[in-house]
Design a protein around this ligand. Structure first.
Ligand code: CP
Ligand code: NVA
Length: 308
């Protein structure tokens, strides 16, 4: 990985102290929603996608622009990298044009390879391996709704995917317990994490939980797969009733209606998915601020990561 460049590729690569500081900066920036500090003036972010996106694309674009910066959005299929151009050449060329780049692509190793060649920060906007920006917004939402994340019980249901994997990374950093209810054949055998438990009975996984969370059973690129085996892990009103009275329901979205979660849960007061989606914006601002600060770019205001 390039020296002295602050990439945001996986939560595991970054110290817990830094991640918590980024999160408190996100809360502070949310409070400045209507008076955003113009700290990204003169800075540009490129966004490169080889998959669909609504929240990630919009939140990064609005985050840069509200703080005075610029964005350029590229579809990987239309870039030369989608043809014959090498990852190394693309990384070097992009580094000459913009100050940071966010990439959404399937292959996490290729993303890391790309980052190893750039002289600018690279942000993981979702790979098949992980989705760190999403989990920053999710943890921010839990802090907002429940006061803190440490010591809470988060119960995950359904697929074991990029979002689950990032929750697994986050659990020891923030000190929450993560109960995972997913089909047995998807349970990895390499999770040596005292904060994480695989619970085969969904009701038991939900018992006493502060947060119930799920994601689609069909991640992008897996279209057409058989989803029958996920049914015992569906989030429905009966499952929510096992959680604490003040438990919240979260989902990174997009939702596949009446598959991973039923409409009654989505319509209930426990459902905080739209606040969770909005928090992508505030979390993105803080992630960008951290990445750009170390890139040697002079930002107008100094970053005070202390909680307010
Ligand atoms: N949650 C999320 O990453 O949404 P998008 O796919 O719309 O960006
Ligand atoms: N697991 C989902 C997340 C979408 C934001 C996917 O990869 O499609």
């Amino acid at each position: 990985m390039s020296k002295n460049v602050r990439h945001f590729l996986d939560l595991n690569d970054i110290s817990g102290e830094t991640l918590k500081a980024i999160l408190s900066h996100a809360h502070a920036l949310k409070k400045q929603k209507f008076n955003p500090p113009q700290i990204f003036q003169g800075l540009s972010l490129a966004m490169v996608f080889d998959k669909r996106s609504t929240r990630t694309r919009m939140s990064f674009e609005v985050a840069m622009k509200q703080l005075g910066g610029h964005t350029i959005v590229m579809n990987m299929e239309e870039m030369q990298i989608g043809g014959a151009e090498s990852i190394e050449d693309t990384a070097n060329v992009v580094s000459g044009f913009v100050d940071a780049v966010m990439v959404r692509m399937s292959d996490h190793d290729k993303l890391c390879e790309f980052a190893s060649y750039t002289s600018i920060p690279v942000i993981n906007g979702l790979t098949d391996h992980s989705h760190p920006c999403q989990i920053m917004a999710d943890l921010m939402t839990i802090e907002e709704k429940l006061g803190s994340v440490g010591g809470k019980k988060i119960a995950w249901f359904g697929d074991y995917n990029n979002v689950t994997r990032t929750f697994v990374q986050a659990a020891p950093i923030w000190g929450f317990d993560l109960a995972i209810s997913c089909p047995k054949d998807l349970q990895p055998d390499n999770v040596n994490n005292d904060n994480v438990a695989f619970v085969n009975d969904a009701s038991q996984a939900a018992q006493g939980a502060d947060v119930i969370v799920t994601d689609t059973w069909t991640s992008m690129g897996q279209e057409g797969k058989n989803i029958d085996k996920f049914m015992p892990h569906q989030v429905n009103a009966g499952l929510m009733a096992k959680a604490k009275d003040n438990a919240i329901f979260m989902h990174c979205m997009p939702i596949h209606q009446n598959e991973e979660v039923t409409d009654d849960v989505l319509a209930s007061p426990a459902c905080v998915i739209y606040d969770e989606a909005e928090n992508r914006l505030h979390a993105q601002k803080a992630i960008l601020a951290w990445c750009l600060e170390e890139a040697g770019v002079l930002v107008q205001d100094s970053f005070d990561f202390e909680a307010e």
